[in-house]
Write a new protein. Sequence first.
Length: 345
Amino acid sequence: MTWSTRPASAERVAATMKGFEKELAALERQKPSLDEVVAALQAGAATRQAVLSSTIVYGLSDLSPAEGEEIAASWSRLPVAFKAQVLRGLNDASESLFELNFRAIAHLCLSDSSSLVRAAAIDLLWFDESPETMQRFMQLADDEDGSVRASALTGLGRFLLLGEYGGIAADQAGAAQQIALRLHSDEQQPVSVRRRALEALANSSHPQVEGLIRAAYAQGSHEMKIGAIFAMGRTCNPIWGDALLEELASEDQESIYEAIAACGQLGLKQALPRIGALAQSNDGEIQLAAIAALGEIGGRRALDLLSELAEAADDDDVAEAIDVALDGAAFSFGLSAPVGVYGDG
């Protein structure tokens, strides 16, 4: 089961990487020519290639303005489904190969005639904090398609958080807040749009945020309630502790997943016993979320729980997640992993 707020799975990213890693030695990291990239795209579309070739991945990275213009015509003739697939594949690759930069191709696709492609392009800009990208997201928050509006609002949430730390001008942050507030308050909008607007607003200190979360949690649809749980964590406000502890005991897996993540963001130590149990869940995504939350919460008890999990781990992905969480928990506790004597905490 996969939910919309969950990141790309480790399995999907691994599959994307595995598909072209054998070609990297031959490429020697030299950027393919545009003719080679276009040919690879056309071949991939014709054969309905499931995994992107390294020629496509490396060839679409770091496009210059001139290269972007040159490839635009060929790109526009590709099938919509394949274009969206390429963007998703580039997104997966960017999570592992940090030297890649798909900003140019993503910005090109923000104006695509297909809403599927526009939404995928927004997701591909997860790393971009430029004023230009923020402005495009603000425009796309009023896109004709609801899925694009929802994706744009998710992207704007990142900029609202930047505004809290002075990373963008106050007037820009205020304008983005007003867009999110307007769309959340508009009951004619799809629930998915209103939910993403609330989640974005939760990254800000806007005075209406607490009341909007309470209303969505108490009176909203299931989807809006899930958004409210997500938003609780983004506020970094401990007032949501009791509600989150209740959700950890929910019978709804999506509520549990979001509550785990929110508890981690809040550093909610009262949640450690339940999250420790969930770290042994048969649901792989619940399990990995719980392990990550233990690392975020930190402290002696979290370190104990993670150490116990490490001893029993028989899955590579789980073991790796535990190692990362141990590092995080140890750092918050003023120690260096691997941990021996924990002290008090």
